[in-house]
Design a protein around this ligand. Structure first.
Ligand code: 5AD
Ligand code: SF4
Length: 441
């Protein structure tokens, strides 16, 4: 069958968005569109967008301006905005950005072929309906750009935690879990294709529940049981729901990676309450202690927001102190960005001055650099198992992979290939990378 046109997709935001792009690829190729990595060749340009912070939206808007150029060269070119910004702004976005033809929210991707038919007649097309049950469970993601070694599988959609700063519950809707059989089948299929690492994705994987009431630990064990040669990771965990059962399951399966991403956001109880995080500093520390008890080798990473509404110097110091106590291996750190219509936008004034937010963020980043370096230095002299992913970005004579703790490890190439496991003795490090040499197992 003849192709209906060439599609180019650009993706911004979280892993969930990248995973959604693979669903869109699949829907579009099933409907006889071809994908292209070259924007100049495209008849359709999709941009899968993020609303998490104001600068994420600004980046997308700047990119849309650049797309105008392609539209001038090819008047029939269709531009579609997908994802969280589509959902948040709806029709408004077409009024503001005239080059946009199609607007599609995260739960409406099955409707894309119809929306494109509408757009072909010259009308603007929009579907931003959220769904209580759409999980795209039957759609096999088309993974175009990847290394063929590590893949993401989304196991649930949406979020109902309503952290007061966060736009996600509004853009991604109700929380729903995907049928476990389709998840395990997809993972097994990927393993048979040669993939060796699966990351199970959800906004809060700890609240995964299938129709029979089985939770996340059971699902994780089923995926881990596919093969000892398959590594399993997951993200993200909400501290309020991190159970001992999950930690026991991890301890029982060596191929479940020793790394937990546990966003803390703030070290101050007062701020945690305003953020509606539903846990205290004490609860969080108790979860960290449980991780250390069951999984002494486990790496810890986190997300931190600086300068949330009313944050004082003392609140900020409590965040720094908690970071030191936990000794995070890695962190994603952000300045608070007020999002329209969130609980915080309605109730908690964005009253920390920009310079104060920036200075606190810098202190958080500087501390994390030190903690990462300290953690990496402790690995020098140790030998760890590394799953090779690709050639190192800096040198063709080096390979790069990650260890179970999710640390990037770079080492000189022998005759090994991506997808193989090797034992690497660590000899040097920076805050971001471990270096080493291959040793016999
Ligand atoms: N401003 C700044 N950071 C935010 N995050 C979520 N919403 C906001 C916001 N409004 C951060 C949180 C979350 C991560 C994905 O993004 O730390 O864990
Ligand atoms: Fe992902 Fe949140 Fe950004 Fe949406 S707003 S793309 S859920 S990070």
């Amino acid at each position: 069958m003849e192709t209906k046109g060439k599609l180019y997709i650009e993706t911004y935001g979280c892993q969930m968005n990248f995973s959604d792009t693979q669903i869109v690829n699949s829907i579009m190729t099933d409907h006889h569109f071809e994908t292209t990595p070259h924007i100049e060749d495209a008849d359709l340009i999709f941009i899968n967008t993020c609303s998490i912070r104001d600068n994420a939206e600004k980046r997308v808007r700047a990119r849309l301006q650049e797309f105008k150029r392609y539209k001038k060269q090819k008047p029939g070119l269709v531009i579609g905005v997908l994802g969280c910004m589509a959902e948040r702004l709806k029709e408004q976005l077409i009024e503001q950005e005239k080059m946009v033809d199609v607007i599609v929210g995260p739960d409406a991707y099955r409707d894309l072929p119809r929306l494109l038919d509408v757009a072909e007649t010259g009308q603007k097309a929009i579907n931003v309906m959220l769904s209580a049950d759409e999980t795209y469970a039957d759609i096999s993601p088309v993974r175009l750009d990847g290394n063929g070694v590590a893949a993401f599988i989304s196991i649930m959609r949406g979020c109902e935690n309503f952290c007061s700063y966060c736009v996600v519950p509004f853009t991604r809707g109700r929380e729903r879990s995907r049928d476990p059989k389709t998840i395990v089948d997809e993972a097994a299929g990927l393993f048979n294709e040669g993939f060796r690492e699966i990351t199970l994705l959800g906004q809060n994987v700890n609240s995964y529940k299938d129709d029979n009431g089985n939770g996340f630990p059971g699902l994780l064990a089923q995926v881990a049981a596919i093969s000892p040669e398959l590594r399993v990771r997951f993200a993200t965990s909400h501290p309020k729901d991190l159970s001992d059962e999950l930690l026991q399951t991890m301890a029982a399966w060596p191929n479940i990676c020793r790394s937990i991403h546990l966003p803390v956001q703030s070290g101050s109880d007062r701020i945690l309450k305003l953020m509606n995080r539903k846990y205290t500093r004490e609860w969080y520390i108790n979860r960290i202690q449980a991780i250390k008890k069951y999984l002494p080798e486990c790496a810890l990473s986190t997300d931190i927001i600086s300068g949330f509404s009313s944050e004082t110097e003392e609140d900020h110091q409590q965040t720094l102190e908690l970071m030191r106590y936990v000794g995070y291996d890695y962190a994603y750190m952000f300045k608070y960005s007020e999002r329209p219509n969130t609980l915080a936008a309605k109730k908690h004034k964005d009253d920390v001055a920009e310079e104060v937010k920036s200075r606190r963020l810098k202190e958080i980043i500087d501390l994390q650099q030190k903690l990462s370096l300290k953690s990496n230095k402790q690995d020098i002299g140790k030998t760890c198992e590394v799953l090779i992913e690709n050639e190192s970005k800096k040198s063709k004579n080096e390979l790069s992979g990650r260890n179970s703790q999710n640390k990037v490890v770079v080492f000189p190439k022998g005759n090994q290939q991506p997808g193989e496991y090797v034992q690497v003795k660590i000899t040097a490090c920076t805050p971001a990378t471990l270096r080493g040499i291959i040793v016999e197992a």
